[in-house]
Design a protein around this ligand. Structure first.
Ligand SMILES: *[C@@H]1O[C@H](CO)[C@@H](O)[C@H](O)[C@H]1NC(C)=O
Ligand SMILES: *[C@@H]1O[C@H](CO)[C@@H](O)[C@H](O)[C@H]1NC(C)=O
Ligand SMILES: *[C@@H]1O[C@H](CO)[C@@H](O)[C@H](O)[C@H]1NC(C)=O
Ligand SMILES: *[C@@H]1O[C@H](CO)[C@@H](O)[C@H](O)[C@H]1NC(C)=O
Ligand SMILES: *[C@@H]1O[C@H](CO)[C@@H](O)[C@H](O)[C@H]1NC(C)=O
Length: 371
């Protein structure tokens, strides 16, 4: 019976970093702090500079927690990179680098979970000129630079063989703020079922969920967009120069996907055009723009239909309002594009969109989608 259980555990963790022969499986365990650790022998954990936090494998192993801070590196799966003394905050100017080393040559992707990521807001044009999080060394090419509030966001990075990936967080004394970060780093083996489709910066695989732009928020950026003539308007929360894909893993039996603006949040879609007067009151001018009228900052949803079955006949959406649309174009991808300035786009907040995959038996939709 015991042997049977052991075999099952080993199969579940096929994509395990620790191929070493031990009497128990080096599977993922939960530490006393509630983090993901790896079940190792106590000595193994110590040798790898981990912290033993609770037991695992029927008390044979220790749940080993890997935490690293500025200037350090890690080749351990499920390492947490945080500012020193986290959850204490950082108010000084610093440059902090952390290096992720693939734990073996069979790692294809790294998933970053920004459990906590609070940096200063971008300037009025959406450029991260004060604080920034910059990623280098990823085989995904250019990864958007981040700043502002990104707790709860995630990213997938492709790995180029055993080349390390570096995260550099810079904080500037020019902006006064209590910053903090705690980033979970998951290494994903090339044969692991949890790999994202290649090229997707973000990947969601639930039947329904919520997708937000980086630094999305309902409040406005405190930094202004200054014109040369001495006047200024409220700046944007959107990060400039982005061009990435958000993939939604198709759940078997679900053939189309509906996208809608998140309810109950002021400005849950404001990608271009002035969102509020310079005096910055909450509220939306009631106009959504589409297709050829979206040329600066927009999202793309291929071949969409309104819920009444009429084709939208445009796939770019911008402005200050988003209509509920459905598409059966596969794979399910939402693309996000922003340019390098916010002229004419005062006080934009970004987007919060809800998606719901719709069952293939949704005949109503299939009928009008056959035309
Ligand atoms: C790393 O841990 C995650 C669980 O947090 C697991 O899904 C993944 O397979 C592990 N990766 C490797 C390479 O062992
Ligand atoms: C300053 O320039 C902006 C952008 O060109 C314009 O909208 C605004 O009216 C100008 N303000 C003044 C006082 O000239
Ligand atoms: C809205 O933005 C579009 C381009 O993004 C621009 O052509 C249009 O003039 C703007 N409209 C207003 C009212 O600002
Ligand atoms: C773009 O805006 C113009 C002017 O408001 C409008 O006539 C046109 O239908 C719009 N195009 C799309 C694709 O919505
Ligand atoms: C379907 O909904 C869209 C968006 O609300 C509207 O513009 C269009 O006229 C509607 N079509 C029909 C046939 O009711």
């Amino acid at each position: 019976m015991k042997l049977g259980i052991f075999v099952i555990v080993s199969i579940v963790w096929l994509c395990n970093c620790h191929g070493v022969l031990v009497r128990f499986s080096n599977s993922v365990c939960t530490t006393l702090e509630g983090y993901d650790g790896i079940c190792l022998r106590r000595q193994q954990c110590e040798d790898a500079n981990g912290i033993s936090s609770g037991t695992c494998a029927s008390d044979l192993g220790r749940c080993c927690l890997f935490q690293r801070s500025c200037g350090q590196s890690s080749s351990q799966n499920n390492t947490y990179f945080f500012n020193s003394k986290y959850p204490n905050t950082v108010s000084t100017g610093l440059q902090c680098t952390f290096t992720i080393i693939p734990c073996n040559s069979n790692i294809c992707q790294i998933r970053l979970d920004f459990l906590n990521l609070i940096l200063s807001q971008p300037d009025g044009n959406g450029n991260c000129i004060f604080d920034s999080l910059v990623i280098t060394g990823s085989a995904s090419g250019n990864v958007p630079v981040l700043c502002g509030e990104n707790s709860g966001q995630h990213m997938y990075l492709m790995v180029d063989r055993t080349n390390p990936i570096t995260i550099t967080i810079t904080t500037s004394v020019a902006a006064s703020l209590e910053r903090s970060w705690n980033i979970k780093v998951t290494q994903i083996a090339c044969d692991c079922p949890t790999l994202a489709p290649n090229g997707c910066l973000q990947y969601y695989y639930s039947q329904s969920g919520n997708v937000r732009s980086f630094n999305y928020g309902t409040t406005i950026n405190g930094n202004n967009l200054n014109f040369g003539n001495g006047s200024s308007v409220a700046g944007t929360r959107q990060i400039s120069n982005e061009n990435y894909g958000v993939c939604i893993g198709m759940v078997p039996g679900y053939c189309s996907i509906q996208w809608s603006q998140s309810d109950g949040e002021t400005s849950s879609f404001s990608l271009s055009n002035d969102t509020a007067a310079a005096s910055v009151l909450d509220g939306l001018p009631s106009n959504g723009l589409r297709g050829e009228n979206c040329t600066t900052d927009y999202v793309v949803i291929p071949n969409p239909y309104f819920v009444n079955g009429t084709a939208v006949n445009a796939d770019r959406f911008c402005g200050n309002q988003f209509p509920t649309v459905v598409t059966s174009s596969k794979p399910f991808v939402l693309r996000v594009v922003t340019n390098d300035n916010e002229l004419g786009d005062a006080a934009n907040r970004g987007f919060s969109l809800d998606y719901t995959q719709q069952a293939c038996s949704n005949l109503g939709f299939m009928l009008y989608n056959m035309s």
